[in-house]
Design a binder for this molecule. Structure first.
Ligand SMILES: O=C(O)CCC(=O)C(=O)O
Ligand SMILES: [Fe+2]
Length: 283
């Protein structure tokens, strides 16, 4: 199967052919509405935000150090991946460059509602920086069954996605149900024989292109060049039930009482958003 790439898809077509059935798509020019498109380059970030900080594996780096590392990165000796910068907390000046955040397709997004802006429900808006050879550490499902939107703003990344329903071929870790135990970059078919039955779809996403990864789609990524992308998550009526189930699964390690409270809160917030959708509330 091949990834669908479209430049001219209407919102209604997107809903019917991708949102409802959960089929990924690459929008080839949806990000033209973002000022970030063409602006976000390593040099621009270095000159304007070189001292901003992030951490990776408990080690702190400045933006400048990150950019130096990814520019030196090679397949044989890759820089750590991914380096993440949370836009609202670390680079708030960049938020105006990614408007409208939803690119006129990721609507409605309940994550933008005041009910969920509390920082505990997955990552709202993040910049990913990587270099050649940098691979996302595992095939995974996104936390809370959120759907992901990844816009490539500089360089090229190779993504691999699996059609829905291939869990049994991917051996989810029993302790981390959202994380696969297989390494698709070096598959061990002796240990994971059913992996042969999986049908990965791999494709490259280039500058200006946006990948929509529906909830429940196992995926991973590999940086082919120095790369800068911006990703955000989407919650709406379509993934709200799975979202609430994940709230239980992810919070129960803090105790059943706390988990029950979180499930109650998430359910009421989803109901509030659902009612908001009916009345056309703008978020
Ligand atoms: O762009 C990437 O490296 C993939 C990111 C991803 O899958 C995630 O953050 O959940
Ligand atoms: Fe992901």
């Amino acid at each position: 199967m091949e990834i669908v790439r479209r430049s001219d898809i209407t919102y209604e077509e997107f809903v019917e052919n991708h949102l409802k059935p959960g089929i990924p798509i690459v929008f080839t020019n949806a990000s033209k509405v973002w000022k970030a498109n063409g602006t976000f380059t390593p040099n621009w970030l270095r000159e304007n935000f070189g001292e901003r900080k992030t951490s990776h594996d408990n080690k702190e780096y400045t933006m400048k150090q990150v950019l130096d590392l990814i520019e030196k990165s090679t397949v044989e000796n890759p820089a750590p991946y991914p380096f993440l910068f949370n836009l609202p907390s670390v680079l708030p000046e960049l938020i105006e460059y990614v408007q409208p955040v939803g690119l006129n397709y990721a609507e409605p997004n309940w994550i933008d509602s005041s009910f969920f802006k509390r920082g505990t429900w997955g990552n709202a808006l993040e910049m990913f920086i990587g270099g050649p050879g940098g691979q996302f550490p595992y095939v995974h499902l996104d936390y809370y069954h959120l759907s992901a939107w990844v816009t490539q703003l500089y360089g090229e990344k190779r993504f691999t996605v699996f059609p829905r329903g291939q869990e049994e071929f991917l051996y989810p870790d029993p302790n981390n149900y959202w994380r696969s135990q297989v390494n698709i970059f070096a598959p061990d078919y002796e240990k994971f024989p059913k992996l042969r039955e999986a049908t990965p779809i791999s494709f490259t996403v280039g500058p200006g292109e946006t990948l929509y990864i529906p909830f429940g789609i196992w995926h991973t990524a590999y940086s082919l060049t120095p790369t800068i992308s911006v990703a955000f998550d989407q919650l709406s009526a379509i993934n709200s039930i799975e979202f609430i189930k994940d709230v239980w699964k992810l919070k129960k390690k803090f105790g059943k009482l706390k988990a029950a409270y979180n499930v109650g809160y998430a359910s009421m917030a989803c109901l509030g958003c659902q009612i908001g959708d009916i009345f056309g509330v703008k978020r």
